[in-house]
Write a new protein. Structure first.
Length: 281
């Protein structure tokens, strides 16, 4: 195994760890505060749909002989750049998103005080149902295509690869819009209190490494269709980093001193950690 192959594997698992850990700070902060105030359910709710679609598409790209054959037919005999850690990450993200969403939808079950962020916006609900309808329509179109099961049908005919792409694009659409409601909430509140900055820092690190891994894999294949053939993975890292930058500016520059940084640190430390900090002070 060459150095670049080792580097790609390391990048893959490190970004998997960073992105996986990024799901915990918000739910932990909500639990420690016994409240979801300052945040909105839109983010974790639409994340459930996004990671469900990401898990399904990655599984198909990685395990389905038919999808891999159709991909190879369309992209010069190459294989998808999806790795096993992509599937693991998607499944983990789905489970944690469901848990976090439950804190907003069933606050009393968690012992929380209900807050304004418990109801999803019409915008997010519209995106959610629109994506589902779009995928169903594409599946019907593919199901009616005579070339749908052809391993070499990756040209102009509709094949199951196109259905998998439609499912994967749901994740891309979700990533493009899922942060917007929280950005607006922070702007209206002139504060990031209740919104975990730690999840953003982990997400930013994961984005850098995800793009790095995909670039290395494409270089090793000698063909950049590793990126053009899997645009969702490439876009995920870029779009996430762009939004992460906005949140970091809000947290550390625009609303500095009005965001409860100490509260997040204490919430993640727990009671013992807070007592220890007080003793040190």
């Amino acid at each position: 195994m060459s150095l670049l192959e080792v580097t790609s594997s390391v990048f893959g698992w490190v970004y998997f760890i960073c992105w996986s850990l990024s799901f915990y700070p918000q739910s932990m902060l909500n639990f420690s505060r016994k409240s979801t105030s300052g945040t909105t359910v839109d983010f974790p709710l639409i994340n459930c749909l996004g990671f469900l679609s990401y898990m399904v598409s990655n599984y198909a790209f990685y395990y389905s002989p038919l999808i891999r054959a159709q991909y190879a037919s369309r992209y010069h005999g190459l294989t998808p750049t999806v790795q096993f850690n992509d599937i693991t990450f998607a499944l983990h993200g789905l489970l944690l998103s469901i848990i976090t969403t439950s804190q907003y939808i069933f606050p009393r079950a968690w012992g929380f005080t209900p807050s304004k962020g418990n109801k999803p916006s019409r915008f997010i609900l519209g995106i959610l149902f629109g994506c589902i309808v779009g995928v169903v329509l594409v599946i019907f179109i593919v199901a009616g295509s005579p070339e749908r099961n052809s391993p070499s049908g990756g040209g102009h005919a509709w094949v199951w690869l196109d259905a998998i792409y439609a499912i994967s694009y749901v994740k891309l659409i979700v990533t493009l819009i899922k942060y917007t409601p929280q950005v607006l909430v922070n702007y209206r509140n002139k504060s990031t209190k209740g919104w975990s900055i730690l999840q953003i820092l982990l997400d930013f690190t994961g984005g850098v490494l995800s793009i790095g891994q995909q670039g290395i894999d494409s270089w090793l294949q000698g063909d950049w269709s590793g990126i053009t053939g899997n645009p969702v993975k490439f876009a995920l890292g870029n779009v996430s980093m762009m939004y992460d930058g906005v949140f970091m500016v809000q947290h550390y520059v625009l609303y500095k001193g009005a965001d409860g940084k100490g509260e997040e640190r204490e919430g993640l430390l727990g009671e013992e950690g807070r007592d220890e900090e007080r003793r040190i002070e």
